[in-house]
Design a binder for this molecule. Structure first.
Ligand code: OGA
Ligand code: MN
Length: 295
């Protein structure tokens, strides 16, 4: 089987040729997907039929170690019985649409802010893999921003001024900006992590701006200066020409590199229509090819 990728946007994002990822086990195909990720940062696979366990097992084959310290696990346990499998849906355990004031819903609404997954943990997230299980009859899209292009299009002086900056990321922070309230016990478990402002993909040498709405402050700047800089950079990184909008089809499976992209969910009538998505995220540890072989 030879996988091919067709570009969906001038800068990044590509659609893979037909393949059943459940059957992709060989090193050559897995390495082809990793190379595709290095190049395109977002890959769309159509018509996947993963169970949650199969989705998790594929993530391990592709990229090694899984992110389990999710923010939502502090509020409630995953209904899939493994914290590696995140429920990114607006339904409760019985499949009913969440009420407007449901805590799970209010927490999940923050996915509408530009973010990267698991930047608030150390090690941070690397690949996220989101499966569209059940979609509403209305548009409920996801946007992606190319953070490599965001870095590349900065002025040289700006690039130089960002060198070495350290940024605190907290999932509690992004939620609090929307008015979500955490208990003291929850806050204690969501202290966040320190991340560099600029990341480099060790396989390609390509650099990216590493931003998210989780970014609460720059350690090396006074708080207001740092927040203003974060806002400016966020605006720069999410200009329309840097954004790919994904309109989901049932069975879509999208993999994105959290080091090289941001994403956000677009609004829809979420207290009316069920939308079921399931995500597995890997950790940014070691070389993907070597790690996947070792597990
Ligand atoms: C995610 C996420 C956006 C969406 O799964 O990490 O942010 O549109 N999803 O569901
Ligand atoms: Mn996300």
């Amino acid at each position: 089987m030879t996988l091919e990728f067709h570009k969906l946007h001038p800068l990044f994002a590509a659609e893979a040729s037909a393949v059943d990822l459940r059957a992709v086990q060989d090193d050559e195909s897995l390495e082809r997907i990793r190379a595709g990720m290095d190049e395109h940062a977002v890959l769309v696979f159509r018509d996947q039929a993963f169970s949650s366990e199969e989705q998790r097992d594929f993530a391990v084959r592709l990229d090694g170690e899984l992110h389990r310290k999710t923010g939502i696990s502090v509020l409630q346990k995953s209904r899939f019985g493994d914290e590696a499998i995140t429920d990114v849906s607006n339904v409760d355990a019985g499949g009913g649409v969440l009420e407007a004031d449901s805590r799970k819903r209010l927490y999940g609404l923050a996915n509408r802010l530009w973010h990267t997954d698991a930047s608030f943990q150390d090690p941070r997230g690397r690949y996220s893999m989101l499966a569209a299980v059940a979609l509403p009859p209305v548009a409920a899209d996801t946007e992606f921003a190319d953070m490599r292009a965001a870095y590349d299009t900065l002025a040289d002086e700006t690039k130089a001024s960002l060198e070495g900056l350290r940024v605190h990321h907290s999932i509690a922070y992004s939620r609090v900006t929307l008015g979500f309230e955490f208990s003291e016990e929850e806050s204690d478990q969501l202290k966040g992590a320190i991340q560099p402002m600029v990341l480099e993909n060790p396989r390609t040498g390509r650099r990216s701006l590493y931003l998210a709405s989780h970014a609460s402050r720059i350690l090396d700047r006074p708080v207001p200066d740092g927040r203003l800089l974060l806002r400016d950079l966020m605006e720069h990184a999410t200009r329309p020409e840097l954004v790919y909008l994904h309109s989901w089809r049932r069975g879509d499976f999208v993999i994105w590199d959290n080091r090289a992209t941001m994403h956000r969910a677009r609004p829809f009538e979420d207290t009316r229509h069920p939308r079921e998505m399931r995500r597995v995220t890997t950790l940014d540890v070691g070389d993907p090819a070597r790690i996947a072989q070792a597990v």
